[in-house]
Ligand binder design. Structure first.
Ligand SMILES: C[S@@+](CC[C@H](N)C(=O)[O-])C[C@H]1O[C@@H](n2cnc3c(N)ncnc32)[C@H](O)[C@@H]1O
Length: 180
């Protein structure tokens, strides 16, 4: 397991859509996951957030992405570029699952210690990811881009239910919730 600084430095070498302060928070919470726990990430793109998570834990990180993003049309994200970035960063504990998260949630049946959601930011998708994977999550949920209206609405609805989940705070746009 690397230090937070080392994990974030490696992650910062990869292009992506997440800020340093958010990577630091991901790394901090990933360090709390026990070796036999599991981290699920929805939305890996080129692996920036995946690297910060994976280098900060010895637990398995499952990375779900349908590779629909077109951050750079000349260099679209793909299973190959994500795998290459993870290998270069020295991540050996990541399982990439190329799948739409709406499909993935239907066959998911494993406990998740820490969930990180950064897939499609439309309300239906954000709701599906947070509620669908959230029901399997035992400890921490982090949701990126929580200022997007659809994401914000999904988080609000998730917290309004009597489920034991409590708002912890934010690191930039990264919303953090913990189960009581
Ligand atoms: C905002 S980017 C993720 C950024 C990434 N976390 C980083 O550190 O740079 C969103 C990602 O979610 C993926 N995505 C979008 N809709 C999805 C869906 N329905 N199922 C799975 N992945 C999806 C996109 O392919 C893209 O890679």
């Amino acid at each position: 397991m690397r230090s937070i600084d080392e994990a974030v430095q490696q992650a910062m070498k990869v292009q992506g859509r997440i800020h340093r302060i958010e990577l630091e928070a991901l790394a901090k919470y990933a360090r709390m996951v026990p070796t036999n726990g599991l981290i699920l990430e929805v939305g890996s793109l080129f692996g920036k957030s995946t690297i910060a998570l994976a280098l900060s834990t010895e637990a398995l990180v499952v990375a779900v992405d349908n590779f629909s993003d077109t951050l750079d049309p000349k260099h679209p994200p793909s299973l190959v570029s994500l795998s290459a970035n993870l290998t270069t960063a020295g991540c050996e504990n990541v399982l990439i699952w190329r799948c739409d998260s709406a499909k993935a949630v239907k066959c998911w049946h494993w406990d998740i210690h820490t969930l990180f959601v950064d897939g499609c930011h439309e309300y239906e998708y954000a709701r599906n990811d947070i509620f669908g994977f959230g029901k399997w999550t035992t400890d921490v949920i982090m949701v990126h881009d929580s200022h997007f209206p659809g994401v914000r609405k999904a988080i609000r609805e998730f917290l309004q239910r009597p489920s034991g989940w409590k708002w912890v705070g934010k690191a930039d746009s990264l919303a953090i919730m913990r189960r009581q």
